[in-house]
Design a protein around this ligand. Structure first.
Ligand code: HPA
Length: 248
């Protein structure tokens, strides 16, 4: 039986209650191996596939993730809808550490990543994917409504800046993101969203703020901030998933 919902988990989601694994699928792709075996089973009772974006053991840095293999493998497994969980830094004053959001748009600052299936290889086709609205509206809506049902209010929607990493940003870089209209910053939202679009998958992001972006509230120890806020944020992510998945 194919499973048409996938959750791609990032920082803070290596193992979590609610994930009941029945099968581990190792899918071969033309782009090489996915970050990890696809874990097929139930997430809070709903059939779904879980993929650890940074690999088992959380070792693959954002710029070295094989995003093409990950999305391809999910599609091969029958997935149609992808919920991407992303830990981010808050830029807008409303997106405090420990809060969650469902971004409506993004700005891509990444470089040098394998970011398209239209790569000029023999057999590939040239596709200019529509990307004016990078996230699938119905899936975003489902997450927003699930958050309301779960009494886990979203801090907002907003615009995600996707930076190259793995280093964190400078104060001036975060100021630039803010001037560009970004409300939060992460390192893995692209090319993941664009590749999903190229494959015709529905893709939405559930972002969890785990720190303030550099300089937003002064300059401090971001890692200590993350350690302090990640559990509160991930508890909200889990509550939204538990409410969203049965309704998809
Ligand atoms: N910047 C980029 N990516 C992040 C951050 C940040 O401050 N926090 C979590 N992911």
């Amino acid at each position: 039986m194919s499973t048409n919902i996938a959750v791609i988990g990032g920082t803070g989601m290596n193992q979590w209650p609610g994930l009941d694994i029945e099968r581990r699928l190792v899918v071969d792709t033309p782009y090489g191996p996915a970050s990890a075996p696809l874990l097929e089973g139930r997430i809070y009772g709903t059939r779904a596939i879980f993929l650890a974006r940074h690999g088992e053991g959380h070792k693959i840095p954002p710029h070295a993730i094989n995003y093409r293999a990950n999305l391809w493998a999910l599609q091969q497994a029958g997935v149609q809808s992808v919920i991407a969980i992303a830990a981010v830094g808050g830029i807008a004053p409303w997106f405090k550490p420990g809060e969650i959001a469902v971004p409506a748009d993004l700005v891509d600052y990444t470089w040098g990543r394998e970011h398209s299936y239209s790569d000029g290889r023999p057999g590939s086709t040239l596709q200019h994917a529509e990307f004016a609205e990078p996230y699938a509206q119905a899936l975003r809506r489902a997450l927003i409504e699930a958050a309301a049902r779960a009494a886990t209010p979203l801090a907002g929607e907003g615009v995600l800046a996707v930076t190259q990493g793995p280093r964190l940003e400078t104060v001036a870089e975060i100021r630039r993101c803010a001037r560009d209209g970004c409300d939060m910053v992460g390192m893995t939202g692209m090319p993941e969203a664009a590749l999903a679009r190229e494959l015709g998958l529905d893709y939405a992001c559930l972002a969890v703020s785990v720190n303030w972006g550099a300089g937003v509230q002064g300059v401090g120890d971001i890692h200590a901030e993350i350690a302090q806020s990640i559990e509160a944020g991930m508890a909200k992510v889990r509550a939204v998933l538990a409410a969203a998945l049965p309704a998809l």
